[in-house]
Design a protein around this ligand. Structure first.
Ligand SMILES: C[S@@+](CC[C@H](N)C(=O)[O-])C[C@H]1O[C@@H](n2cnc3c(N)ncnc32)[C@H](O)[C@@H]1O
Length: 541
């Protein structure tokens, strides 16, 4: 297959050694089969291994690629099992799985390795290897536009198979991305998919497929509903599971045992977590100070800009490494989503000309969220982004550390969209909340929620689950937290930003403003203004 087709068809053929290892583990788990089905059989490694490990079983294999069908047939002929095998060219999406699977008698094993490609990659290639109804999970509106409707083709295929097997006893044993296995289980657990038992065995995708993704063998028994948990083994040969994941409410958690011990720390966070500013044009929008009053962008151009629309910027690695003194700036073109950006032609003409000179790059921004928006539009922008104090965390690091970020010469520091933050008006509020979030109970609770190997391990949904009040009590910060809570957000002049972010807060009693100021975060955070001095930059308010 040519490279383009290989990508569109998610073509990563399983080495025979791995297919054998999988079948050996299935056998060790006591799984037997009268019929083995390989829905996308490729060159037939799983059919060959199944022929060896399940000697009495009939073998059915399908693939969209005729050349592979011929190769698989040849392999099965060579080992003398063609009589009990049936291999044919067939598009998975055109297959009537319900009637096929329901009418097959005996013990059924669905085995294999579905394509490793996402719908957006197929679409971008103008490919046709997609299910008919692309928006199959019912994601609409903003979710579809922001990429939540991006899914792995294998996820769709697995869900299709689980639906077709609903109520019928069978074993599914499929290699797939670990993220796909989780999504399938969440779907099945939430939609009465009748999974009696599920187990994940991690595999080394780099060694077997040269792919740097977290992958696993998903083993699931269908037919009746079982516990909404799955043991996770570190390898196909591991004797004991390393952890047990499971469904907790609407979401999966990485360690369901630890989660259940600490679930009292879960609740509705009274503050609204925000994601950092999104511009998708880092080459132009992010600049470092250069000589004099100049700035250098990521394209290597040195430009002189007004400082009015420049704000200090931190990224996720800065937050993860504790580098809270910004060394770069971001051009902020709007105060709120939808603001008219053309006013910049008058207010900051040099900046406007600079952006105009790169207009094509902005117009080429891939994300659909920018379509029909103002030129140079941003997302993740609102009054909250201009709050002087923030408690910020990287979204891409597994062990979250929450940093207190203060203003630089009166200018609020921005985070990019790899980060999340809570905005505050006062340093003392930010420091107390950061203390609570960095406390040991919170750290442990977060560890129970976060999956290893996930790219964006921290999300707004996850942060929003932190019950700051319960965590504060457990961390010995209850008194300070209650003082903060007692603050009347509606009337206090001291905490307008809290009022702004308290979108879902339930506040009643009046009380004193918070007094707590933590020393835990060191002096570094207070010295953020040094960057302005360092670059000789005047930072107007
Ligand atoms: C990741 S490879 C795995 C092949 C085989 N299952 C194995 O384990 O070696 C995915 C296979 O799916 C096949 N495929 C992709 N899209 C398909 C479709 N719509 N219908 C059937 N097969 C498809 C590809 O041709 C490829 O052989």
């Amino acid at each position: 297959m040519k490279t383009k087709s290989r990508i569109e068809f998610g073509d990563f053929q399983t080495p025979l050694a791995l297919a054998r290892e999988v079948c050996s583990r299935l056998q060790a788990e006591g799984i037997t089969a009268d019929i083995v089905i390989e829905p996308t059989c490729g060159q037939g490694a799983f059919l060959v291994a199944a022929a060896e490990y399940f000697p009495g079983a009939k073998l059915f294999g399908w693939d969209i690629n005729q050349a592979y069908v011929e190769e698989a047939t040849k392999e099965l002929k060579q080992i003398g099992v063609l009589k009990r095998a049936c291999v044919a060219c067939q598009d998975f999406f055109a297959h009537d799985w319900e009637s096929e699977l329901q009418q097959m008698p005996g013990r059924l094993l669905v085995l294999g390795n579905p394509p490793w490609v996402t719908n957006s990659v197929v679409s971008a290639m103008n490919g046709s290897n997609l299910p008919a109804k692309e928006n199959f999970l019912g994601l609409r509106g903003i979710a579809a536009r922001t990429g939540k409707s991006n899914f792995d083709i294998s996820e769709w295929m697995l869900i299709r198979l689980v639906r077709a097997l609903r109520g019928r006893e069978a074993t599914i044993a499929m290699l797939c991305k670990t993220a796909t296995a989780r999504k399938l289980l969440r779907y099945a657990w939430q939609n009465d998919g009748r999974i009696a038992k599920a187990v994940l065995y991690q595999i080394d995708a780099a060694a077997y497929f040269g792919a740097s993704v977290d992958a696993c063998l998903l083993l699931a028994r269908t037919g009746s509903a079982g516990p909404e948990t799955a043991n996770v083994f570190d390898s196909l040969s591991a004797a004991k599971p390393s952890v047990r994941m499971g469904l907790a409410g609407q979401d999966l958690v990485a360690d369901i045992v630890a989660y259940r011990r600490m679930r009292h720390l879960e609740g509705l966070c009274p503050f609204q977590w925000r994601s950092g500013v999104k511009h998708d044009c880092a080459g132009v929008m992010e600049l470092r100070p250069a000589r004099g009053r100049n700035f250098e962008n990521k394209l290597g151009e040195v430009v002189e800009l007004e400082t009015k629309n420049l704000f200090p910027l931190l990224k996720c690695t800065d937050l993860a490494n504790g580098h809270t003194i910004p060394e770069r700036f971001v051009v902020v073109t709007q105060r709120r989503v939808g603001d008219d950006t053309t006013v910049m032609a008058e207010t900051v003409p040099r900046t406007w000309r600079y952006l105009q000179s790169h207009r094509k790059k902005f117009e080429a921004r891939g994300s659909r969220i920018y379509k029909g928006r103002m030129p140079f539009a941003l997302f993740g922008i609102g009054d909250y982004a201009f709050a002087p104090w923030k408690v910020a965390v990287s979204g891409l690091h597994r062990a979250p550390t929450f940093r207190v970020i203060g203003p630089v010469k009166g200018k609020p520091v921005f985070m990019d969209d790899t980060c999340y933050y809570l905005p505050f008006e006062q340093e003392s509020q930010a420091r107390l909340v950061a203390d609570i979030l960095n406390s040991e109970p919170c750290r442990q609770f977060l560890q129970s929620l976060i999956f290893v190997g996930v790219k964006r391990s921290v999300t707004v949904d996850l942060l929003q689950r932190l019950n700051l009040s319960a965590i504060a009590e457990e961390a010995g910060l209850g008194k300070q937290w209650r003082a903060l809570e007692r603050t009347d957000y509606k009337t206090s002049q001291l905490v307008p930003q809290l009022q702004l972010v308290m979108e879902s807060a339930h506040q009643t009693a009046k009380g004193a403003s918070p007094k707590h100021v933590s020393a835990r975060y060191g002096r570094g955070d207070k010295n953020v203004s040094q960057v302005a001095d360092k670059v000789g930059l005047e930072m107007p308010k």
